[in-house]
Write a protein that binds this ligand. Structure first.
Ligand code: UD1
Length: 419
């Protein structure tokens, strides 16, 4: 099984050249789910060629929609009455499946959504999603592995306060509230660019939303939404991955499509590690000539340092000059990746949600395994600077988030094959 699904990397080349970053996975999947809110055909542009888009397309098809993929577009035709059951066999493959919950309750008054799977990075509860829908008048509970939410007479706007600025909960509450009667406020809302993109998509469908990108989002319900066309924002995590790859391999990568304003803190951290970052006409260029300096990082909700770039920071620190402390504040099990990185000779000790890292001069290639998308990417970056050959098994995780990763790495000079 896993032995047929791996990246094989021979380390030692500096990555040099140009890459283009496509639309953000964590945005496009939510836009696809939100298209359920209106009858008719919505078109989403700048869609990445990744497996998760196919899974969301299958899920929407199962709910009664017709979905067509173009080169970098997806067209979704939503019927008058979508069905309301999102089955386990699809939902278990991808966390973002839970994003059909809000739109279905709002639109058809019922949603039965299997408890989602996705990356093994922590417990990932749904209590905030459920409490939020209940505040809007839905009856919601978990039964036989499904979240069952009902609002046969429609939802009613209400104040909602999140205990933590959860991305998924903010999205589900927002996509439910757009069709509720009256005003909903979400306090301590997530501020990620993905939330702003989804909010703008909803506004283009006729929703009334204020405060996007701030901790207080106000939604005034409307009676109906209409289908729309929208272009997804570029993927800030892929951009960040290329920036770290350039720095770690002492390379020089021009990243077309990069939005530096979505990555302020990671780029500041890279600069303090020694990278030279400049703006280009349509993105950024990241260049590094020296061994990176170790950097201390603590992940936090946006605009804090993104948890999805944690494996890349640890990989960089593993070969950096000096000692660093990296703290994970969002998902408790991200550090599973550290055991794999240690196989390459990284010197890391983990205590609770802190990782203490002593940079080594050189890593040495070894067989390792990816447990989630970002861990896989972090291991591949480490392999690029390891002496000799590394195999990263369970490569399908990486494919879920990085379109044509091996080809793009090859075009930058890396010795990589996808088996
Ligand atoms: C999304 C992203 C993921 C990213 C994360 C944080 C997608 C598909 N995934 O995940 O890549 O790492 O945002 O930026 O967009 N929590 C609860 N109860 C809830 C909801 C969340 O306890 O009801 C906890 C989670 O267990 C976690 C934290 O809140 O510890 C943050 O989770 P959340 O922001 O909801 O992340 P996701 O939307 O799942």
């Amino acid at each position: 099984m896993a032995s047929h699904d791996r990246f094989r990397i021979v380390g030692g080349t500096s990555l040099r050249g140009e890459v283009s970053v496509t639309g953000a996975k964590n945005s496009v999947l939510k836009l696809m789910a939100a298209s359920l809110l209106a009858t008719g055909t919505s078109t989403i542009c700048n869609v990445p060629d990744i497996a998760d888009v196919d899974i969301m397309a299958d899920l929407l098809t199962r709910l009664g929609c017709t979905v067509n993929r173009g080169a970098d577009t997806v067209t979704i035709t939503v019927p008058q009455e979508p069905t309301h059951r999102a089955d386990y066999d699809l939902v278990r493959k991808m966390r973002a499946s839970i994003n059909v919950l809000g739109p279905l309750v709002a639109r058809v008054g019922q949603a039965d959504v299997a408890l989602p799977g996705g990356d093994a990075i922590g417990s990932r509860g749904l209590d905030f999603h459920i409490k939020g829908l209940e505040a809007l008048g839905a009856k919601a509970h978990i039964e036989h592995g499904y979240v069952i939410a009902e609002a046969p007479n429609g939802l009613i706007g209400a104040p909602v306060e999140l205990d933590f600025p959860s991305v998924g909960a903010t999205e589900n509450i927002m996509t439910a509230a757009v069709l509720a009667k009256g005003v909903t406020t979400i306090e301590n809302a997530a501020r990620e660019p993905d939330i702003v993109d989804l909010g703008e998509f909803l506004i283009s469908m006729g929703a009334k939303i204020e405060g996007l990108g701030s901790p207080l989002i106000t939604i005034t319900g409307v009676e109906v939404m209409h289908s729309t066309d929208h272009t997804t924002i570029t993927d800030r995590i892929i951009t960040g991955t290329w920036a770290f790859a350039a720095a770690m391999t002492r390379g020089d990568i021009t990243i077309h499509g990069a939005r530096p304003e979505h990555l302020e803190l990671p780029l500041e951290k890279l600069a303090s590690a020694g990278a030279i970052i400049t703006s280009t006409a349509d993105g950024i260029r990241v260049k590094m000539d020296v061994r990176p300096q170790a950097i201390d990082v603590a992940t936090l909700p946006y605009p804090g340092f993104p948890t999805d770039l944690l494996p890349m920071v640890i990989a960089l620190n593993a070969v950096a000059d000096g000692h660093s402390l990296v703290t994970e504040n969002v998902f408790e099990s991200r550090f599973m990746f550290v055991n794999e990185l240690s196989r390459l000779g990284a010197q890391i000790s983990v205590d609770g949600h802190h990782a203490s890292i002593t940079g080594v001069e050189e890593l040495s290639g070894a067989p390792v395994e990816a447990h989630d998308i970002r861990a896989g990417a972090g291991l591949i970056l480490a392999a690029l600077v390891a002496e000799g050959e590394t195999t990263v098994d369970q490569g399908f995780h990486v494919d879920r988030g990085y379109p044509n990763f091996a080809e793009q790495l090859q075009s930058l000079g890396a010795q990589v094959t996808r088996e």
